[in-house]
Design a protein around this ligand. Structure first.
Ligand SMILES: Cc1cc2nc3c(=O)[nH]c(=O)nc-3n(C[C@H](O)[C@H](O)[C@H](O)COP(=O)(O)O)c2cc1C
Ligand SMILES: Cc1ncc(COP(=O)(O)O)c(CN)c1O
Length: 239
């Protein structure tokens, strides 16, 4: 019996959808097809000697921007609800200073969860360069000034959309969103569209940042930065 015969019978139809674990031949083939990013040796020194994680993050984001087909700044944000149950969704990173800022509706599920419990995690996964960055930390609501400045840069359509969408709440009918968009277009006709009070940003202040790069046979490289009273300490982790 060959090893692959040991596989439990797949749920009907899923076998064609979910790729099998790679063999040595698969890695060799991939190394050819995807030269730069298939193995760590090809990627060179991916961690550098940064003393804090944000500089390294910027390098990786710049590389992702060159290679991703869209939204290199997309990240999952995980929060917990009032019962302590985790919840995740994608958002777009919009500012990078001493934290990671994204914009959203404060009355959305994530908005309420993060205001109740700021402990959260962010996750970037860039398929094109086979890298992952995990961030754990605490979210703070950004200032009105910062939120105003970003809101003003958004297209008028997106600013109207922010007023029209009661993000995460049930919609009572199929045309209700279009109707609300039309109502707000009429309301703001000929005027600037101000930022709604509840449309703001969260800045996630990192406590740990882990950088991960793919290697063959799942022998990946991981480097963890941990914030301490005296700055950042680092360690390598088993894959
Ligand atoms: C790639 C991507 C980027 C997104 N960016 C944002 C964002 O920056 N802000 C936001 O409020 N929702 C964004 N969304 C929508 C959220 O994933 C989510 O559907 C919405 O915010 C409601 O989430 P909640 O009910 O957990 O609050 C994005 C979705 C995707 C797939
Ligand atoms: C609902 C929502 N709000 C905000 C954003 C942030 O991006 P932008 O400001 O570019 O619209 C997104 C991006 N997908 C979004 O879907």
């Amino acid at each position: 019996m060959s090893e692959s015969d040991d596989k439990p019978e797949a749920e009907a139809g899923t076998e064609a959808l979910i790729p099998d674990t790679p063999t040595a031949e698969d890695y060799a083939k991939e190394a050819k097809a995807q030269e730069a990013f298939s193995v760590d040796a090809d990627q060179g020194d991916v961690f550098g000697d940064h003393e804090e994680p944000l500089a390294l993050f910027k390098e990786w984001l710049a590389l992702a921007k060159e290679h991703e087909i869209n939204d290199p700044n997309a990240m999952a944000v995980s929060s917990v609800d009032a019962e302590g149950k985790p919840d995740s969704r994608m958002v777009l990173l919009k500012e990078l200073d001493h934290g990671f800022t994204f914009y959203t509706n404060l009355a959305s599920a994530k908005g309420e969860q993060l205001q109740r419990n700021p402990n959260c995690a962010l996750l970037f996964h860039w398929k094109s360069i086979r890298r992952q960055v995990r961030i754990r930390g605490r979210a703070e609501v950004i200032s009105d000034e910062l939120a105003d400045a970003y809101f003003a840069r958004r297209d008028r359509g997106a600013r109207i959309g922010a007023w029209a969408s009661q993000q995460s709440r049930p919609m009572s009918g199929p045309d209700i969103l279009e109707t609300r968009v039309a109502d707000y277009e009429a309301l703001f006709e000929g005027k600037d569209v101000p930022r709604p009070d509840w449309w703001k940003g969260f800045r996630v202040i990192p406590e740990t940042v882990e950088f991960w790069v793919n290697r063959p046979f799942r022998l990946h490289d991981r480097k963890l930065f941990r914030q301490t009273d005296d700055g950042w300490e680092t360690e390598q982790l088993y894959p």
